[in-house]
Write a protein that binds this ligand. Structure first.
Ligand code: ZN
Ligand code: ZN
Length: 267
């Protein structure tokens, strides 16, 4: 399977020369195998993925970790969603009686947006996924794990043949990552893990639902993953800052790198 990062930023999109090497788009990662496209989260990176595909019919799946803005704002700008020939499975957890459909509909309506969800001509098939569920998506065997985050979030494990990719963003572990989460990540070839903060930043951002790069490295070590992508970069983190975190983390463990827009990993 091939993994490609289309958006690696957390909280809000950023732009400018200082952010160009890392990329400023919010969370969106594409996984592809045997011609099946599975997308994790629809942050602003989804717009760029759509631009690369064009106004064409697609048969794909999009899975949401949760529906905070930085994970859904690319949806109204994804070109294939406007094609009547597109067929899309849309998966996510239901929270307090409200599913992904309600969240997407709420962000697309006047007066804060000129068109509604109905303007997307694609056939969108919404499915509620209970955290902990396992399912089949095209060639992928997929499992999910609830993680601690304000309003809740779900991590996704995508397996194809003997290889596994784990997408674990927007997670703030308790004192230490719990055994259930470590088992979920066990042996993955690639783990993309929330690494929004340094230790100093975390000290003033407790409870906001994110991890430090050090915690991400701990998870990688304890779960025995091969490669770790530091993900969901803070919007204040410029390219030099990202490179610095990457250098710190690489000293702690081999196979660690900072996720950057456009980066592809073959698993
Ligand atoms: Zn986020
Ligand atoms: Zn969030």
């Amino acid at each position: 399977m091939n993994v490609r990062f289309w958006g690696v930023r957390g909280s809000i999109a950023v732009s400018g020369a200082d952010f160009a090497a890392t990329g400023g788009n919010t969370s969106c990662v594409a996984v592809e195998a045997e011609g099946h496209l599975m997308v994790l989260d629809g942050g602003t990176g989804l717009r760029a993925l759509g631009a690369s595909l064009g106004f064409v019919p697609v048969n794909m799946t999009i899975c949401f970790s949760h529906v905070h803005w930085d994970h859904i704002q690319g949806v109204p700008f994804f070109a294939p969603f406007f094609h009547p020939g597109s067929r899309v499975r849309v998966l996510g957890a239901r929270r307090d009686g409200s599913g992904v459909r309600e969240a997407l509909a709420a962000q697309m309506r006047p007066p804060t947006f000129p068109i509604t969800l109905d303007a997307l001509r694609a056939r969108l098939e919404f499915e509620d996924v209970n955290p902990g569920a396992t399912l089949e998506i095209g060639p992928f065997k997929v499992s999910t794990c609830e993680v601690p985050h304000p309003d809740g979030a779900m991590s996704w494990r995508v397996e194809e043949r003997t290889r596994a990719f784990v997408y674990a963003t927007d997670v703030e572990h308790a004192a230490a990552p719990d055994a259930r989460f470590l088992r979920f990540c066990e042996g993955a070839g690639l783990l993309a893990h929330d690494a929004q903060y340094t230790d100093e930043e975390y000290a003033r951002s407790r409870g906001w639902g994110h991890s430090t790069w050090r915690t991400a490295v701990d998870v990688a070590r304890q779960a025995g993953v091969e490669r770790l992508a530091l993900f969901h970069h803070d919007p204040t983190r410029n390219d030099a800052g990202v490179a610095q975190l990457e250098a710190f983390a690489s000293r702690e463990r081999a196979g660690v790198f900072a996720a950057r827009e456009g980066l592809r990993v073959a698993l």
